[in-house]
Each structure stands twice: as C-alpha cells, then as structure tokens.
Design a protein around this ligand. Structure first.
Ligand code: A2P
Length: 270
C-alpha cells in the first residue's frame, strides 16, 4: 500500500504552546550506553541549576516526553543533557540517533528538588550519583552559587565501567578553564568508582562509605550533620540505600519548601 510506505520524515507536526522546539548544537557519545548533547536555549527559558525538564522528539503527533535533568548550569547559553541509550526505549531509541541541526522538543516548565535552596547552609556538599544520575550535578558543579554556599564540593559517581565515568572526569578537568567557576576548581573533589570493571576505586559508594574505605581514601572526616549536606541522584534502589546511609549519619531529608540537610531525585530514564 503506497500510503503506508510514505516516509515519516515528510510529515510535520504542530508544536504545542507549552513546548519549545530547539536545535541540537553538539552530540558526543561516551559508550554504547551513554551520550551527551546540547541544544539552543530559548531566550525566555529560566531554571535553577539541578532542575529537570521534559524532553521529546518531533517525530509523532503525540511525542513521547521523558524527564531529563539539565546538565548545564543556569547561566549557560545552551542547554546540555546526559542520556542513557535504552534498547527499544520509546524516547532514547530515537534520541540516541540525533545529529547537529535536528530538533528537540522541551516543555517550558522546569522543576526538581536537587536545588541549593532546598539545603540548609553547610560547609561541605556531597553529590552522590550513579550512571546518568550525575547530570544534575554536572549543572551544579559549574554554577558559582554552589561554591559561594559551600567551601567544598565532593562529587561521587559509581558506574559499572571506567568509560562511563569519562563525562564526570571531563567536567572536572574542564573546571579550571571555566570563566565563571575556574577560581573554585580546587574546591571540587572527585571520587569515581566502578563496580564491574577494575579501576582505582572499586565498589558501590554505599559499601565504600559503610566500610570506611571512602574516608580513608579521601582523608575526609565521617559525614557530620553539623557541617555536611547531600544530594542523591540515581536508580530507585540507589536512592533508597543512599538515603538510609545519610540518615544513618544523622542527616535529614529536605525539600524546596522545607530546607534540611539532604535532598533526593531519581535519575529518570533508564
Ligand atoms: P552494580 O554493578 O553493583 O549493580 P546501572 O548501570 O545498573 O544503572 O548501575 C549504575 C551503577 O550503580 C553500577 O555501578 C551499580 O553497581 C550501582 N548501583 C546499583 N544499585 C545500587 C545501589 N542500590 N546502591 C549503590 N550503587 C548501586
């Protein structure tokens, strides 16, 4: 049937009022499972570093939208995302094929709990992530406000393999040359661990903190509710375990309307 063979590319769909249609400006693939991309930023779009937004592709009348943490800081001229590629995933199956010049849809309202306003003042900020859960922290470690509020920032990411940690490593290495946060580069500490491929630090962060190995490796004192604050982003199981761990150290979960000593957000796609 001739009609069924018509290329879907020839079809254009109307962009709804609550959605921005933006242009892809760069794509970088890290592994078979992870990639990063940047899109143009609409002039009217405002967000707080650490928030997420719904994104989709203009490839259907009713596009599939998924929550993505914004990985760029709030001052950036573009918007960056760090994504997993889920085989057969309704969005990521297509999203992983995007190229510079393609269109990405972004809903207009950002939201989220991994924001500095949801934490009480403290000295040291722990950012705990697994996999793509590092995305909101990629935003926060590039925001000067993070270093105005905290003397030290400890970015922790656990992944299966070494190459999956490249994005975090690249971000940390680029910090010194960043015009807005370069002066704070020595206040960011990076602690990267793998669970499947051998590396310098092996094991889940929960196990490494429970055994004391993390504190031995870094020389940091045990987590203290008087000085330390936390943010957690990863899978449901990881959130549950990290939340219990921080509560074990005496930290209390907060929210936008009730700041406390740690906040939690699920890494959405994956
Ligand atoms: P593991 O290899 O032991 O499962 P994934 O790629 O499946 O999203 O996992 C990302 C990383 O998070 C992996 O290194 C995985 O370790 C780790 N991980 C999975 N569950 C937890 C958890 N409950 N607490 C801490 N780390 C976890």
């Amino acid at each position: 049937d001739g009609e069924l063979l018509e290329s879907p590319k020839a079809v254009t769909y109307a962009i709804p009022d609550n959605v921005f249609a933006e242009t892809v400006t760069m794509v970088k693939h890290y592994t078979e499972r992870l990639f990063r991309f940047r899109i143009t930023r609409p002039a009217s779009f405002r967000f707080r570093s650490g928030e997420f937004v719904m994104i989709g592709l203009p490839n259907a009348e009713k596009p599939v939208f998924r929550a993505y943490s914004i990985a760029s800081p709030s001052w950036d001229e573009e918007i960056e995302f760090f994504s997993i590629k889920v085989p057969g995933g309704p969005l990521t199956e297509h999203l992983q094929k995007i190229k510079v010049g393609d269109t990405v849809l972004m809903r207009k309202k950002p939201t989220g709990t991994l924001v500095l306003d949801a934490l009480l003042p403290g000295k040291r900020l722990y950012l705990l992530s697994t996999g793509t859960g590092v995305a909101p922290f990629a935003s926060l470690i590039r925001d000067p406000e993070t270093y105005e509020k905290f003397e030290e920032v400890v970015l922790i990411q656990t992944c299966r393999d070494v190459a999956e940690l490249d994005y975090a490593r690249e971000l940390a290495a680029g910090l010194a040359d960043d015009p807005l946060v370069g002066e704070y580069a020595d206040r960011l500490r990076l602690y990267l661990t793998t669970t499947r491929e051998p590396s310098g630090h092996m094991g889940r962060i929960t196990d490494l903190m429970a055994s004391g190995k993390f504190f031995e490796d870094t020389g940091l004192p045990p987590i203290d509710p008087a000085t330390d604050r936390g943010m957690i982003c990863g899978s449901m199981a990881m959130l549950k375990d990290c939340k219990a761990m921080l509560e074990g150290f005496g930290l209390v979960e907060g929210a936008n309307n009730a700041p406390a000593s740690f906040v939690v957000e699920r890494a959405f796609v994956g």
